[in-house]
Write a protein that binds this ligand. Structure first.
Ligand SMILES: Nc1nc2c(c(=O)[nH]1)N[C@H]1C(S)=C(S)[C@@H](COP(=O)(O)OP(=O)(O)OC[C@H]3O[C@@H](n4cnc5c(=O)[nH]c(N)nc54)[C@H](O)[C@@H]3O)O[C@H]1N2
Ligand SMILES: Nc1nc2c(c(=O)[nH]1)N[C@H]1C(S)=C(S)[C@@H](COP(=O)(O)OP(=O)(O)OC[C@H]3O[C@@H](n4cnc5c(=O)[nH]c(N)nc54)[C@H](O)[C@@H]3O)O[C@H]1N2
Ligand code: SF4
Ligand SMILES: [Mo]
Length: 698
């Protein structure tokens, strides 16, 4: 039998691993790491093999379906497009443009066709009610990057391959494979730091898989990273340890930052953070003495009440110590398709506010924490129809239970998705695109955030099912029908055309053909210093003390005065990622979900003892917004007073059509998280600041 070998990039997470896929008689027989991929060097994780499961999944939709009294019925694309567009137009003319809302989820960014076409479709709706997973995730990174460096996508990436000291705050790359740091084979890359005599330090309320590989780990009380970072900056100034190097020529605000930090001595924050003053000082000494050091913070520091301040201060520490734009520090990429090259600095914040709670817009979107109330609160501009694209917000946004109820009462909902899950079950129509092994791929976003400059294009392995549609065909058709008369001729344009242009106009003047000729990818070298040229601020200078962020320090000061938790809600609940989960949507792969139940509440043994729990106990966890019951997992890997559960579970809801996930249903952490607990500056969800009560279920 003839075996065909196909090379492609795994699009499931940000790591961009190269895959070598063997196919016999139209069936995938093997998925391995591609040793010739210059970036991932043969590394893959267990999720890659699930690409086969997604391809073969009988639950995956391939044709449009409509919800009827008799259940879901397959309809033609023509019928689907017509009904969707007519309903959207009707609702817009009856209630106005803002009555139509849209939510875009995480896989949007992992699909070439979607990432290049859904934004234009969203724009064609002319609504202020656009939402995405960004405000449940990395919004503070964008905000800090925009304020300091001039553009939300100009986010520095740790130069992990050359650093001598990596301080990881609120990230667990061994489980997540890195984020805002595309870093395949992260375990070996971390090990290499230690091999060359460097150190890894992890700050996390849980002793994580990454902490286990680090030289030092400090428990930190959730939500207090801003205090730790300010104290570090206080020490840097007080002990004259700052050295901006060349950055001093184009950095403003150093004196302001010094003044802000001056009162946050390590002694003042040790109780808040749980990290001793001597240890905070040691952190600074080690960081400033290293030849090249980098401070990296990820989702744990982003989804908290001072997430934006924390991401700002992380950048600030890299700048103050001269580690920004330096080999082995925090660097900017030079991607083969460089959409930042033509970007401008402009105001993207608070140009409008949400109707009900007046939360600020950022990058054209409103915070997802306000989505349900915009549907449930009567009045002008109330959302009556939703478009959900690549997202499962019922499981992934704060107070998902409320959102579940909000979707149920909509006049119309359409989902562009491949599954009937907790969210899309409320849709009237689902439009499923071809995906995974059926589509071509180029990582528009993650090459911009990678620890090395590379470029890789993957052809589709399989053709889509007869009569199925690509994502770009769906978004373009919808946008066209919403804005033109049916008589206007229209041919959808594959994303390759713009990709080829982007490559040709990019810094390496590559072409799509060149990428096709190099199916393992092209290595473009290590990250290189690029400042001040790369800055996108209008004055080409770094602002280390941006006004909006400086002002938010008042709120931080106030929080020092009210830290007591109320009404017996005396545990802080944080999230957790497991290697074999991928947010909410990959639990329908048997090989990923089988084995030990991962949807548990991790708790320290001393806390468990106080509640009379043993390893067989079931606990009831409640918060202001809801309660769930799940097994406890007693482990001293948790900080005392902090409990953790993974997100993305909770599949036992009526109408969900995920046969395997149903058997490993678990419960949803976001039935506990609170839509009122936010980074108030930006409206980003603060999942890690939610107080809960834990009780034994007898
Ligand atoms: N408590 C808590 N909540 C969290 C987090 C946390 O740490 N703690 N993390 C947050 C983070 S970082 C994120 S990014 C969000 C994720 O939140 P979401 O993006 O809302 O959720 P996902 O689980 O990624 O849902 C992906 C959806 O896309 C569909 N899908 C998969 N592939 C395709 C495709 O090719 N095309 C289309 N059209 N659809 C596809 C899946 O079926 C699924 O419905 O969750 C957030 N929620
Ligand atoms: N296997 C797998 N990989 C994934 C995903 C997945 O679901 N599964 N999701 C992908 C997505 S969408 C994203 S955004 C990335 C996220 O990538 P990471 O940020 O690396 O993800 P997490 O594992 O959630 O790491 C967050 C860490 O922050 C800690 N933490 C919680 N609260 C606090 C706090 O207040 N302070 C500090 N210092 N730490 C805190 C948590 O204990 C946790 O270890 O992962 C991506 N990769
Ligand atoms: S680490 Fe991410 S990109 Fe690599 S194989 Fe696993 S899921 Fe795919
Ligand atoms: Mo994310």
């Amino acid at each position: 039998m003839q075996t065909l070998t196909h090379y492609r990039t795994c699009n499931l997470c940000e790591a961009m691993c190269g895959l070598e896929i063997s196919v016999e008689s139209g069936k995938v027989t093997k998925i391995e790491g591609d040793k010739n991929d210059p970036f991932s060097r043969g590394h893959i994780c267990p999720k890659a093999v699930a690409l086969k499961d997604i391809y073969e999944d009988p639950n995956r939709l391939k044709f449009p379906v409509k919800r009827t009294a008799e259940g879901w019925q397959q309809i033609s694309w023509e019928e689907a497009f017509e009904e969707v567009v007519n309903r959207i137009k009707d609702i817009k003319s009856k209630y106005g443009n803002n009555a139509v809302g849209m939510y875009q989820g995480n896989p949007s960014v992992h699909n070439l066709g979607t990432s290049m076409n859904s934004p234009a479709f969203a724009k064609s709706l002319h609504t202020k009610n656009l939402f995405s997973a960004t405000s449940a995730d990395q919004l503070p990174h964008h905000f800090a990057a925009w304020q300091m460096f001039g553009h939300p996508m100009l986010m520095p990436v740790p130069d992990i391959d050359h650093t001598d000291y990596m301080l990881i705050i609120g990230g667990n790359p061994i489980a997540s494979n890195g984020s805002i740091m595309s870093v395949p084979d992260v375990a070996n890359r971390l090990k290499a730091i230690q091999k060359r005599g460097g150190k890894i330090v992890v700050i996390d309320p849980r002793f994580t898989e990454t902490a286990a590989k680090a030289d030092t780990h400090h428990f930190i009380r959730p939500g207090t990273d801003a205090f730790l970072l300010l104290a570090m900056i206080q020490v840097i100034f007080a002990e004259n340890l700052y050295n901006l190097g060349k950055l001093s020529e184009f950095t403003d605000g150093v004196e302001t930052l010094k003044e802000i930090a001056s009162s946050f001595t390590p002694e003042r924050v040790e109780k808040q953070t749980g990290i001793a003053a001597t240890q905070i000082r040691q952190l600074v000494y080690d960081f400033t003495q290293a030849k090249a050091a980098v401070c990296y913070g990820r989702v744990g520091v982003s989804v908290q009440t001072f997430g934006s301040i924390a991401q700002w201060l992380i950048n600030a520490i890299n700048v103050l110590t001269g580690n920004l734009d330096k080999t082995g520090g925090a660097m900017f990429t030079s991607p083969a398709v460089d959409f930042l090259a033509r970007a401008k600095s402009e105001n993207k914040f608070n140009r409008w506010q949400s109707r009900v709670r007046k939360l600020p817009e950022f990058l054209g979107e409103l915070p997802v924490a306000t989505m349900a109330e915009e549907m449930l609160t009567d009045g002008e501009s109330q959302i009556k129809a939703m478009i959900i694209s690549c997202g499962n917000p019922v499981l992934s946004t704060p107070n998902g239970g409320q959102l579940d109820r909000a979707f149920e009462q909509l006049e119309f909902m359409v989902a562009i998705d491949i599954y009937i899950n907790e969210t899309t079950r409320h849709a009237h129509i689902i439009l499923p695109p071809a995906t995974g092994l059926e589509v071509s791929h180029y990582d528009m976003t993650f090459h911009v955030l990678a620890v090395r400059n590379t470029a890789k294009y993957s052809e589709a392995l399989f053709s889509k099912a007869d009569g199925a549609k690509y994502d770009w065909e769906i978004y373009q058709e919808l946008a066209h029908r919403l804005t033109h008369s049916l008589a206007t001729p229209f041919t959808p344009e594959p994303p390759e055309i713009k990709l080829d242009m982007g490559l040709r106009f990019g810094p390496y003047q590559l072409s799509l053909q060149q990428l096709k000729d190099n199916p393992h990818g092209i290595d473009l070298g290590a990250l290189k210093p690029s400042l001040p040229q790369r800055l996108l601020t209008s004055d080409k200078r770094i602002n280390i003390a941006p006004e909006l962020l400086v002002k938010d320090i008042d709120r931080l000061q106030q929080s020092l005065r009210n830290t007591g938790m109320q009404h017996g809600f005396n545990y802080l609940l944080i999230g957790r990622r497991h290697l074999r989960d991928n947010n909410s949507w990959m639990h329908n792969s048997e090989r990923l979900v089988k084995g030990r139940n991962r949807c548990t509440l991790m708790m320290h043994s001393a806390d468990a003892q106080q509640l009379n729990l043993d390893s067989q106990s079931i606990v009831k966890v409640s918060s202001r917004v809801g309660c769930v019951e799940l097994p406890v997992e007693i482990t001293d890997h948790m900080m005392q007073g902090v409990v953790s559960m993974p997100h993305g579970y909770g599949h036992a809801r009526k109408g969900v059509q995920l046969d395997i996930a149903a058997r490993y249903a678990g419960v949803s952490i976001n039935d506990l998280t609170d839509e009122y607990v936010l980074d108030e500056l930006t409206g980003n969800a603060a999942f890690n600041n939610v107080a809960v009560k834990v009780e034994k279920v007898s």
